[in-house]
Write a protein that binds this ligand. Structure first.
Ligand code: AMP
Ligand code: MG
Length: 359
């Protein structure tokens, strides 16, 4: 059995997880909540991570009754995220790797959201709607990466956009559920800028600004909340429908990321999945909400078994890092699908033989 320690620190959450071929074994997280009306200040988030990090690490190991020497490798969120926050997790991971001679495994935070969702519902090759504070993408695996990008935001991520609106009208953190609560009290839909470019990419900044303008004009808040939420989720629905399911014919639709907890978004996606006879899989709240060390450990396990490690001297965090650039050699070989490794190796030998004979 392979044991991977995973460390998450891209934004508000410091998390430690431990995973094996059986999946996530331990998942402990501590989230920094900014005061009402304030966004996450990267340096303050980093201070939080420094303060809670060591306690979370020893607690994670204690829960499994192991020591740090028992883990096979250390995985960490290398990006994308807030620079100062990212560096706390990366520094801790590099220090452990160097001091205890453990391989270091870089993990892309967005891919980890996808992989933990895929593992949770045991989907092999879904169309994915990734909706979180930092990501809004409709993707599928293609070739060696999640490079089938059917749509994405060209400005703010959905979580970030809705949180910004919620904060601006005085709702507490986290913004999206409070905004949806407000929307449930609304009764009138007011048309707002609906921006889907080329049936693929979405843009939220004009939508949020117009919603704020209506609030300043004195339009009833619940009606603005309702119109904002419905417009934003319909835009995502269109991309999933047209750009994704219609084009790919995929029969699995996977909802990943923190905003996957949204009840309203789930019902929109349920409706769409039904229309296309596709199965809808939703990441469970414990791994959706929000960021967590478990998903980094799990993706670290996949990456490590796929041969991905990095030298600690080269493990520089990436504040910007596109998800579709990351190679995913583990795809299709996830241990939880009970593939027989013998078959894989004999296939490879055959391939080599074919190549030789062609010579
Ligand atoms: P993440 O970046 O994955 O941690 O997701 C953060 C986003 O999830 C923020 O925009 C939150 O407002 C949103 N969020 C938190 N709780 C919920 C919830 N219960 N329903 C919908 N969205 C939520
Ligand atoms: Mg996230």
């Amino acid at each position: 059995m392979t044991l991977i320690l995973g460390i998450e620190s891209t934004a508000h959450t410091f998390g430690v997880g431990i995973a094996s071929e059986d999946g996530i074994l331990v998942n402990i997280n501590d989230t920094y909540t900014p005061p009402q009306g304030v966004g996450i200040h990267p340096r303050v988030a980093a201070d939080h991570h420094v303060a809670v990090g060591p306690r979370l690490l020893s607690e994670a190991l204690r829960r499994l009754g192991i020591g740090i020497r028992d883990v096979d490798a250390v995985a960490f969120s290398m990006g994308p995220g807030l620079g100062p926050a990212l560096r706390v997790g990366a520094t801790l991971a590099r220090a452990i790797a160097i001091k205890f001679g453990k391989p270091l495994v870089p993990v892309h935070h967005g891919i980890a959201h996808v992989e933990v969702a895929r593992w949770s519902v045991r989907f092999r090759d879904p169309l994915v709607l990734l909706v979180s504070g930092g990501h809004t993408m409709v993707i599928a695996h293609s070739g060696r990466t999640y490079g089938g990008v059917f749509g994405e935001t060209i400005d703010m991520a959905i979580g970030n956009a809705l949180d910004y609106f919620a904060r601006s009208i005085g709702l507490p953190n986290p913004g999206v559920p409070h905004l949806e609560e407000c929307a449930e009290k609304g009764s009138r839909y007011i048309p707002l800028p609906y921006t889907v470019k080329g049936g693929q990419d979405v843009s939220f900044s004009g939508l949020v600004e117009e919603a704020l303008r209506l609030v300043r004009k004195g339009v009833a808040l619940p009606d603005v909340c309702l119109s904002l939420v419905e417009t934003a989720y319909s835009m995502l629905g269109e991309v999933v429908e047209r750009g994704g399911l219609a084009l790919t014919g995929k029969k699995e639709l996977l909802l990943a990321g923190g905003v996957a907890r949204s009840r309203r978004l789930r019902s929109v996606m349920e409706w769409i999945a039904n229309e296309f006879n596709a199965k809808l899989g939703i990441v469970p709240p414990e791994y959706a909400g929000g960021d967590n060390g478990g998903m980094i450990a799990l993706t670290g396990l996949l990456a490590y078994k796929g041969g991905i490690t990095i030298d600690p001297t080269e493990a520089v965090t990436k504040q910007r890092w596109r998800l579709d650039e990351v190679e995913t050699p583990w795809f299709g070989n996830e241990p939880w699908f009970n593939k027989q490794p013998q078959n894989t190796s004999s296939e490879r030998i055959n391939e080599e033989k074919i190549k030789e004979s062609n010579f």
